[in-house]
Design a protein around this ligand. Structure first.
Ligand SMILES: [Zn+2]
Length: 346
């Protein structure tokens, strides 16, 4: 089969060819509860770029050569003897964690925090290829008419957005101001979920005009280029900024964001690369919460799949052929992707 393979780290993303489109061995036929999926759509995530740079992501990563791709959707190609509920030809969306369900974390439904988890594209071979096996436990069957290009980004971007927004449900009151930083692949879904699922007034921040247009399309009318423009919110004595979701998380942004929070405000970090610095005195006196948010649960994915199939959550995607994976990665690195880039194998 064809695959886009990462062979060497490139800390500055200088190479034109970040991955190599090449032939690789087909997976073995599925056995037991395994399902062989013909990948029809694979989302391209900022984490893929981080992995290409060789950056520390705070979790175990695969060694090279490696096939990226943790946001996958496709069509069932073959099933193992013990598979129930899936047939050849079914369209499926892939949950990004594979596990046997036995650990305590998994019994709580938090597969994303299970120590033994396997994440295709991260610590195992991923979906920038034609065929990949999944345990049936990690698959969601979707409708015959489902648009896999739009569903694939739910597997990480949508799930991550929802996981973050869920950490604010109940915390946001109708009069509150909420700031969303970064309206990219994850952020544009987060902005939609925030406006559907929480009250309050949403402010979106992104330096790119195309991203602000996307926020506008999601119904967010208050869009700004930088956090500096939101200083006026600190003067709102009733609320200030009650919550911030930071889908960017790099450079000076996390600390700038923290300075905007009102007392008892909550900062949810999703994007990575930066650092959070706050004196414990300020943390205590203002009762601020700083929360990390990492992907989401299987049932979260079922919920946002339902929202998407009902037309209430819309993934904006730009499609590229798998052979064109380098262009997709470069476009993402250069901020040229509006919404999510999705690779389509031949
Ligand atoms: Zn991702």
């Amino acid at each position: 089969m064809k695959a886009a393979v990462l062979h060497r780290y490139d800390p500055e993303l200088r190479n034109k060819e970040l991955v190599i489109y090449q032939d690789t061995p087909d997976p073995d036929p599925p056995t037991g509860e395994e399902v062989l999926v013909h990948i029809r759509a694979a989302g391209v995530c900022r984490t893929d770029l981080h992995m290409i740079t060789g950056r520390d992501l705070g979790m175990p990563l695969a060694s090279l050569p490696h096939i990226l791709g943790h946001e996958n959707a496709g069509i069932v190609k073959a099933i193992g003897d013990d598979v129930q509920g899936f047939e050849v030809g079914d369209k499926v969306l892939c949950y990004p964690f594979q596990s046997n369900g036995g650990s305590l974390a998994e019994r709580y439904g938090i597969d994303s925090q299970a120590n033994q988890r396997i994440t295709p594209g991260i610590n195992a071979s991923g979906g920038f290829c034609e065929f990949l096996k999944f345990p049936q436990r990690s698959l969601i069957k979707v409708g015959r008419d489902a648009n896999l290009n739009e569903l694939a980004p739910l597997g990480d971007a949508g799930l991550t957005a929802y996981g973050a927004v869920r950490k604010l449900m109940g915390h946001i009151r109708p009069q509150d101001n909420i700031v969303v930083i970064g309206i990219g692949g994850v952020g544009h879904l987060g902005a939609q979920l925030l406006s559907r699922l929480t009250p309050g007034k949403i402010f979106a921040v992104d330096p790119r005009e195309s991203a602000r247009d996307l926020a506008n399309k999601a119904g967010i009318k208050n869009c700004f280029e930088s956090l500096e423009e939101l200083e006026f919110l600190k003067e709102d004595a009733d609320s200030g900024v009650r919550a911030i979701i930071d889908f960017f998380g790099e450079d000076r942004i996390p600390n700038q964001a923290l300075r905007l929070l009102a007392n008892q405000g909550r900062y949810v970090a999703v994007g990575t690369g930066g650092e959070v610095r706050l004196s414990t005195a300020e943390l205590v006196a203002k009762e601020i919460s700083i929360v990390g948010s990492f992907v989401g649960t299987f049932t979260d994915l079922v919920e946002i799949t339902n929202l998407t199939e009902r037309g209430e959550l819309v993934s904006e995607v730009m499609t590229y052929s798998l052979a064109d994976a380098n262009r997709a990665l470069q476009d993402l690195a250069q901020g040229k992707v509006t919404g999510r880039a999705v690779l389509i194998p031949e």
